[in-house]
Structure formats: structure tokens, C-alpha cells
Design a protein around this ligand. Sequence first.
Ligand code: PEP
Ligand code: MG
Length: 599
Amino acid sequence: MFSDKFAGKELIFNGIPVSPGIAIGTVFVVHLDELAVTDNKIDEDEVEGEIEKFREALRQTGEELKKVKETLAEDMGDEHARIMDTHLMILADNMMIKDTEKCIKTEKANAAYALGKVLKKTFESFARMDDQYLSERAEDIHDVKRRIVRNLLGQTQEGLKELRRKAVVVAKNLTPSDTVGFDRKYVEAFVSDIGGSTSHAAIIARSHGIPAVVGLGNFTHNVRPNDNIIVDGITGQVVLRPEKNTIKLYENAREKFKEMEKELLTLKDYPAITLDERKFELSGNVETLDEIDDVVSHGAKGIGLFRTEYFFITSPSPPGEETQYRYYRDVVKQIAPESVIIRTLDVGGDKIADWIGNIEEANPFMGWRGIRFTLSRKDIFRSQLRAIYRASAHGNVRIMFPMISVMEEVLTAKQICNEVKEDLLKERYKIDEDVKIGVMIETPSAVILARHIAKEVDFFSIGSNDLVQYTMAVDRGNSRISYLYDPLHPVIIRSIRDTVKAAREEGIKVGLCGEMAVSEGALGMLPLIGMGLDEISAPSYLIPEIKKIIRSVTFDETRSLVRKILRRATASEVRELLCNFIIEKRPELKKFIPKVSLK
Ligand code: PEP
Ligand code: MG
């Protein structure tokens, strides 16, 4: 299955570091069966052993299926459990077993490849038949195959939520449905072939303080379950099957990183204020309820971005008003008296809920996303707004709309808010009648329209993740073109500066909740300080670092840096300016410039 060419040898890969920290552990592969099955031949004297391995995998799979059947019987009754009989029949199919063993013997194919080859013919014949019953059987065969392959490779669990040992999670890509229900305490790091600094896995990793490296190309072709691995989320280096010396080197680096984290945490109760006393509000970005404690323990004040889509994506159908109300109420109560900015549903792009169905868009990030989706599914929008307004009675809530690109969207969304409010008051619900309404500024048209939009809303929150994507016309999850995905490009700084100016002129607050503040340590933060935003919302684990940077500089000097940046035409000039500033004026911040490789 996996390339054995390099078995045993230390291999070094370089990807995009997206969440700092160092992990040393063993590999757990997500979607094992989807990884490239290579036709690695075995030797004549390995045939017997390979067949034995295959039979053992069949036996293990049989036990696994029987257990699933037992659990189903307990939970849902014998009738339901009988659906597993088809799986067991497929597993015991003589022809499948004989043909696979024959293929191992005559073609010297490895067992996983041989099995795939034998079943391919079955799938092809099923695919030609337009029959619901048969297509379900094809699914069953796929499931059995997946289980056998997994057992052949010595990995007993399948999905991330079943992971029950500490491991470094490796995947081609990690989508929201892959990460649903995962247990943070077992995940030591994330590593993936594709993705960029603001793709789903990166956001989730940062929110949970898990080191992560993405965009590693064909990394999964080289990795096997339980391989030893080192992940350096600071430099983007991943070492597979590391030698002893390398492990030592990284153990030291890991120790140093942990000490630095501990030291930064001592700032928890200090204000985020510059040396010349310009104050910033720091709040946390949150996707799920289990992250709320981290917001408080890392010294953030409130939640500056509550992404509601994860709740929707993990539900089999859009959650109703009552379910949502209880969910938001828990968030609001937990974070009170601080505030929470609840962002209305931002599905679309790479955040697809199964219940939306197959919408097949050629350009999902440019398509039916965020406010565009909710304004065309007003039933969903209204029930979400009703739930949020009802939750507002329990604390301090603000509402924010994502993906605004034209003024009409703002006006319509506000109109619906007013209608919802009126309805709730008529129905005698207790609500906060003065919930502040804001929008995300994350498209170039919203930047250009900012002056007009500012007259209609109470606050702006700049979504740098999408602002970079749409301004630079670069897919935020595509590692092949990630060189264009650069929040430090002067064009992005100018857009943020223009947005801040528009907000100031209309007297509204402006914050930033994109990941720019943490994308490159001090390099991303310095211009944000200099542009004088009111609030920065970021993954909680990185709040102490942001605070340290704010407390180490003056607003004045960062403002003059911004003026210089605006006269430059390339991101490399901007980086040089910022690095020089740190080296010459604030060498204590050098440790917050992403380092080059340790080796
Ligand atoms: C952003 O675009 O910067 C943002 C915060 O939203 P998301 O990453 O959820 O698209
Ligand atoms: Mg966005």
C-alpha cells in the first residue's frame, strides 16, 4: 500500500506551519483507505506471509463487525442489527478471498493492492446498474474493504472521533466532518497534504492549541500507521521516522517552546496596552462549546467571533430554534459579563453541511456562502436570529453577518433582525432590545463600500482570512498557490487601513477576527497595532503571545511602520521592514518571528 522504498530511513518534509508547537509521536491516518494504494511487489518468499497477513486481517475484521452487530442489537434491537449480516457475508465471500490470494501469489501483489484489484471489478459492475438496493450493497462492500485494509495496515480505529490513544493525525485533507467530535487530549498534532493557513484544519488546530503543518504535497504516500513522526508547527518541518539525534534536538526545542508558553501565560491578567498606553481589546475565536474555557484561561475578554456553522454542519438537519437557543444561551451565560459576537451561519466554501445536499458549484468560495445562503433560506436565517435574540436575555450578545459584498445584503439582514425582534416582543419573550449589529469586512467590495456600510451598522470585524482570499484572488486552501496568500501584502494592509478609516469617520468600532494576527507571529501583529484597531479576536491559545507583542511596542512607532508599509509594493519589502524593526528596536520580539528550519 505505502511506498516501502524509504522504509526505516529518516525523511524530512517542509510544509506550511499553521499552528505553533512541537509534537513527537506516532502516526494515526484518517481515511486510510483513500491514500494512494501503490502496486508494491513482494518477493516470492514473502507470499506465504502476505497471505497469512490477509487472513489475519479478515479475522480481525470479522471480530470487529460482530462487535458492531452486538452494539447495534443492544442499542436498536435485533432487527436493526441484522443489517450487519450483509457485511459479514461479504467478508466471508469465497470468491473474494480466493481471487485476492491468487493475485498475491501469481502477481506478487501486496495484500491491500490485491484486494483493491479484485473488488474494483465488483464495484464497476455495480456502478453500471441503476438500482438503489445494489448501490447500497456497493457501499457495504466499500465499508468492508476499508476495514480490511485498515487491519492490514495495523490501525484499528477508523475516524478521528474513535481515536483513543495519543497520536499525530495525518490526512490528505481534514474537513469539518472529519474533525467532528474529536477528543483534543488524544491529538498531538495535525499534518495534511493539502490546505493553507486558514483552511479548516488550521483553524481548528489553532483553536485547540494543537501544532499543525499543512500543504505537504504527497506526504501521505510515504507514511504508514504507527510510524514515528515529529511535527514542528513553528517552522513547518515534518520528520518521518526520525533518527535518535533528531528526536533529541526536537525534545529540547519542545521543552523551550513549553517554557515560553508558560512564561507568556503569566500575562493573563495584564491589560493589552502598548508602552504609550494605547489599549486593545483581546477576545477569542470559538467554534465549539468546549473551547470557551480556553478563552478565559488564556486571558481573552469575551468571544470576538463565535462561528455558528460547526453546530449546523455537525447536525443531520438544520437545528431548530429551541435547540439553537439552548446552545447560544450556554455560550452567552458562560462568557458573561463579557460579550460574545455571534456570527450568523457561514456555510459554503469548504464548510458544507450534508443537509444542504449536493449543490455542485464550480467555485464554492465564490458561491452560495454566508449571508448569500441565509438570505435565500430565510426560514433558517429567521430561526437562527430568533434563537440568538432569545439568548441575548442572558448576557451580552452582538450579532454579525458574514460574507457581505453589497449594501442590499446589510439592509435586508437588518430588516429581518427588526422583524424578528418585533415578533419576539409580541410573543412576550425577554430579549435585549439593543443588541449591536455588525458585519464582517472580508470582500474587496465591502472595503470599498465601507464608508456607506458604516452608516448602517454598529461595528466592523475584518475577516482577513477571506479578505486575502478575495483580494488576491487566491483560494485560501490551495497550497500550490499559497505564495499569493499573504496577509502582509501592502494591498491587504491598505484595505485594512481604509476600513479602519471608514469606521473612524462614522464613529463605529472596528476589530479584526481573521487569523492575520497570529499568522506570522509579531510580523502580522505590528501593522495591526499601528492601524489602531479597537479589538483583535484570535484563537485563545495565541492570545498571550499577541498581548506580549502589544505590550512591547509603542503605538507611535507601529503607526510610522504602517506609513512606510503603505509606500511599498511587495510583501517581501514589508517583511523586511518589519524584521528590521524587530531586530534593531525590539530584539526581545525576535522569538516571535517564525524561525527557519532547526536542522
Ligand atoms: C475570516 O474570513 O477572516 C473569518 C474570520 O471567517 P472564516 O475564517 O470563518 O471564513
Ligand atoms: Mg470569512
